[in-house]
Design a protein around this ligand. Structure first.
Ligand SMILES: Nc1ncnc2c1ncn2[C@@H]1O[C@H](COP(=O)(O)OP(=O)(O)OP(=O)(O)O)[C@@H](O)[C@H]1O
Length: 902
């Protein structure tokens, strides 16, 4: 799995829970994955299809999201497609049901609509998982309930043995249980990760809906634009969207808009421009919510309080998904808190209405908080932040003014108590402020002794105090049907009982922004103080020239992406570009060592990237292979890129000559004393099969006899291949077969098919124990064959599986059959042999193959001087050049000055 992670994603380690979930899915267990936004949940459904070799179905709520994911996966060499209303390629449906894709995305509607025959056809070739992304949409208790999600349970009966996987970033226990029961999950493995997005800074500001607030916002955004990063501004109304957009454009900032009333085409265009970095700011309503998967959004601003903390977490979670420091600001006005009626709209049940009011109330608390915002957010999702402060939110880093507010708190609490918990905040505040409203007069509240005693402060001031008292536990807010009521908590009652109208014990409370603005007439920005800046490149250790290089490389990535028609982030992440700018690798091997560089990137753009690095570094007077590369090189593993059309290497040719021309057996060749060290018989068999497939003559009967392959075995293997439905991995095929059939047998069977050999002819007369009676020279490709009957459609063409086909047999037998193996695992599998220098009577010449062959025997690797010493027949410089060459071609890598095989 680690090798798949590096090969396709370029990452060197799994994040928490990823590996466990992947293993469970591969073992066919249902899973519920509840992990933070941007924590890497997608990987949990992306790796199993690569490991198992069958399709993974992923239900996703938005087409734009699916399209972006397909785009990114394709840039990783993963076969992915989507089925949905906007799919224009008619062949996708047919290809999909024949299992052509690793990952197939579908809208929930599509998943419920596709025919039974689609599923049964696909089931025949194999479905390794059925994932429901944004699974909270299935629950009425979730913040984005979607009716179509509710229908997905129908598929449980259609796909009884396929593991169902629910993934969400926001799920309370109630929602979690709802997902499990709605998807009819059986004993699911539940992975609940932390919700803490440590790289995100959280801050809140109050604003008025005037132009001055918009101007302030534009100024804030322009700072980010200067550093070429992306910002999303979420607005609650279309008017706000348009007003902000206009101001941004006037300020010369490249921005686009996105809201539900725009036509599909216009929305798609805005979306495209944003994800391809053609513009820097997206001003949107929450219609742009889940649909954005851009990893390098550095700032998310909510212009207006969101309707729940769940949606706030989800939307602000679009920020910094690549793990780099990013900021989330929320601007609110008091009027936002009175929008419950608007959100309730047509909701039918009392439960739904209550859920809406409670959600809005939690969001309001968040806005008015004077304590750590992260702690509050995490607490809302049932997680406890052990430290009192996170030091990465406005409340933790701004030193707020505090003062004794005992008298005001006493008045407010006493007034609320006299209202006996029947009202929300408006009534007690009106009473204190001496309002002549009908409500106050009808209730005869103007007769209360507290009436009018709080005239000195505005209604907003009192509400700010009320929220401070709620935060500190003196007051409580409750929802009755859709109405909020406020009452005094036991802690508040205790305080009141210790106070009298003439004396109140001191009660020191933080002065909130709203209070500051009113009391001291001080502007909020000066109160807000100096906020922690996002870390700069300089603070990350970049020199001026390296900083320049970073920006130039971003530009180059942009050009590359434009050329390919993809988003820059799909080529590689900003973090990877940073590492490249710092390390400036000069070889492919060094480039591969960088986290985030995957095999596809190397194969398709590796040379261009290296040339660009060299060119720009020279321009900036920066040396290549800088310090940091040593660090990364020692901590990252690199993997070979399977070469598609390699000629037969000398070692393989020599083996073929010995077997075919000299008549030596596989066993004799393996243990030939003339060899510097013995090799495994399976490896020799592998060499011979490769030779046969390269067009060298091959006596198949003799070969099958030597490896012990009989006709019965052949037909068992054929059956197993048909059952598994793929030859991409040999392990599932092996699992279907009896113990006596080994990987060499399977491999031979596949090679024979590839060469068009008829098993009945080659193996006739070979019963389980009997030896074949005659030898037939059957070859393929280059030379004419005496026996060349095609076994039509017996097994897929081996050439398509050259990665697996080109691995030595011993690795197939003992490993989990990764396409590209994890070098850390290999030492345990290889048999260590001692240096047989004493047996070597001649001076050995170095060739690429001889070095590779020799290295196979050294689990722990060898130093360059060991290699030079061993191949004493060649010049030192020549050996060293060969070693560099092999490193650059990803056959070997260097770790702690020791060379090992990939
Ligand atoms: N093991 C890993 N190492 C490094 N980066 C990773 C790893 N796993 C995932 N990532 C990267 O983290 C980013 C976020 O991952 P992903 O999109 O899967 O998040 P998510 O949990 O699905 O978020 P959301 O709930 O917001 O959709 C992606 O850029 C992804 O490539």
């Amino acid at each position: 799995m680690e090798s798949l992670l590096k090969q396709y994603f370029g990452y060197s380690a799994f994040r928490p829970y990823q590996k466990e979930v992947i293993e469970k899915i591969i073992n066919k267990r249902d899973c519920l994955v509840v992990m933070a936004t941007g924590s890497g949940k997608s990987l949990c459904y992306q790796i199993p299809p690569l490991a198992v070799g069958t399709t993974g179905i992923v239900v996703s709520p938005l087409i734009s999201l699916m399209q972006d994911q397909v785009m990114s996966l394709k840039q990783r060499g993963i076969k992915a497609e989507f089925l949905g209303s906007t799919q224009t390629d008619q062949s996708v449906y047919t290809k999909a049901q024949s299992g052509e894709f690793h990952i197939l995305f579908m809208t929930p509607e599509k998943a419920c609509m596709v025919s039974k025959s689609f599923w049964s056809n696909l089931l025949k070739v194999g479905i390794c998982l059925f994932a429901v992304d944004e699974a909270h949409c299935i629950s009425e208790w979730g913040h984005s309930f979607r009716v179509e999600y509710k229908q997905l349970d129908k598929l449980r009966d259609v796909l009884p043995d396929v593991p169902f996987v629910g993934l969400t970033a926001t799920a309370t226990e109630r929602v979690r249980n709802d997902i499990i029961s709605s998807l009819k999950m059986k004993d699911p493995y539940v992975a609940i990760g932390s919700f803490d997005r440590q790289n995100l800074f959280y801050g809140v500001k109050s604003f008025n809906r005037g132009q001055s607030s918009v101007d302030e916002l534009v100024q804030e955004i322009s700072k980010f634009v200067a550093s070429t990063s992306s910002t999303i501004v979420y607005c609650t109304t279309r008017n706000d969207v348009e007003q902000i957009y206009k101001s941004l454009r006037e300020a010369g900032i490249k921005a686009a808009i996105y809201h539900g009333q725009m036509g599909n085409k216009a929305r798609e265009e805005s979306h495209r421009l944003f994800i391809t970095d053609e513009l820097h700011v997206m001003v949107a309503t929450i219609a742009f919510g889940m649909g954005i998967d851009k990893p390098n959004v550095r700032q998310v601003i909510h212009y207006g309080c969101p309707k729940s903390l769940e949606s706030y977490y989800q939307e602000s979670g679009r920020c910094g998904r690549d793990g780099m420091a990013s900021v989330c600001w929320l601007y609110y006005t008091r009027s936002d808190f009175a929008k419950a009626d608007f959100y309730i709209g047509e909701l039918q049940t009392e439960n739904q209405r209550k859920a809406v009011v409670e959600s809005l109330m939690a969001a309001q608390h968040y806005c008015l908080l004077t304590t750590c915002r992260r702690k509050f957010l995490l607490n809302h999702f049932g997680e406890n932040l052990s430290a009192a402060k996170c030091e990465n939110c406005d409340n933790c880093i701004i030193s707020r003014r505090e003062r004794d507010m005992s008298r005001e708190a006493f008045l407010l609490m006493a007034c609320i108590q006299s209202c006996k918990g029947r009202w929300g905040l408006n009534m007690p505040v009106d009473i204190l402020r001496g309002s002549r409203s009908k409500k106050v007069l009808d209730a005869h509240s103007d007769k209360l002794p507290l009436y009018g005693l709080g005239k000195g402060y505005s209604s907003n001031w009192w509400k700010a105090l009320a929220y401070t008292l709620i935060s500190s536990g003196y007051l409580m807010e409750t929802v009755v049907d859709i109405y909020k009521t406020v009452s005094v908590s036991p802690k508040g009652v205790q305080y009141l009982s210790s106070a009298t109208p003439d004396y109140q014990p001191p009660l020191v409370l933080p002065v909130t922004n709203e209070m500051v603005a009113e009391e001291g007439n001080i502007s909020q920005s000066s109160e807000a103080g100096e906020l922690k800046k996002l870390s700069t490149l300089e603070s990350e250790g970049f020199s001026e020239a390296e900083e320049q290089l970073y920006h130039m490389l971003l530009e180059e990535r942009m050009k590359l992406a434009r050329g390919v028609g993809t988003a820059p982030y799909a080529i590689c992440g900003d973090q990877t570009i940073k590492k490249i700018a710092l390390t400036r690798p000069s070889t492919k091997a060094r480039l591969a060592n960088i986290d985030g560089v995957n095999q596809y990137l190397l194969m398709t753009h590796g040379n261009h990237v290296l040339q660009t690095i060299e060119h720009l570094s020279r321009q900036l007077n920066l040396s290549l292979d800088g310090e940091a590369s040593i660090q990364t090189a020692t901590t990252r593993k690199v993997y070979p890129v399977p070469s598609q059309h390699r000629k037969l290497t000398p070692a393989k040719f020599e083996a073929w000559q010995m077997w075919h021309e000299d008549g030596l057996s596989v066993q004799k060749i393996a243990n030939n004393p003339a060899r510097p060290s013995p090799i495994k018989e399976q490896t020799v068999a592998e060499y011979l099969l490769e030779a046969a497939q390269e067009g060298f003559a091959m006596d198949w009967t003799r070969f099958c006899a030597e490896v012990g392959l009989t006709l019965e075995m052949f037909s068992d293997i054929k059956g197993a291949i048909l059952k598994v439905g793929s030859t991409e991995k040999l392990k599932p095929i092996k699992n279907e077969l009896s113990e006596d059939i080994n990987y060499t047998h399977i491999k031979t069977c596949l090679a024979m098919q590839n060469c068009g050999i008829t098993p009945e002819v080659v193996l006739s007369g070979s019963k389980a124990s009997g030896l074949p009676k005659s030898s037939l020279n059957a070859c393929c490709k280059g030379t004419p064959c005496e026996v060349k009957t095609t076994i039509q459609n017996l097994v897929p063409c081996l050439e398509e599986n050259e990665e697996t086909a080109s691995l030595p047999f011993n690795e197939f037998q003992e490993a989990e059959l990764p396409l590209i193996h994890d070098t850390d695992l290999l030492p345990k599998k290889r048999q260590k042999v001692s240096e047989p220098e004493e047996r070597c009577t001649m001076e050995l010449n170095a060739t690429e193959d001889s070095i590779l062959d020799w290295l196979k025997n050294y689990d722990e690797g060898v130093t360059l001087s060991d290699i030079v010493k061993h191949f004493s027949g060649s010049e030192e410089q020549f050996v060293s050049d060969l070693v560099n060459q092999l490193e650059g071609e990803f056959f070997i890598y260097k770790k702690n000055n020791v060379y090992k095989l990939m």
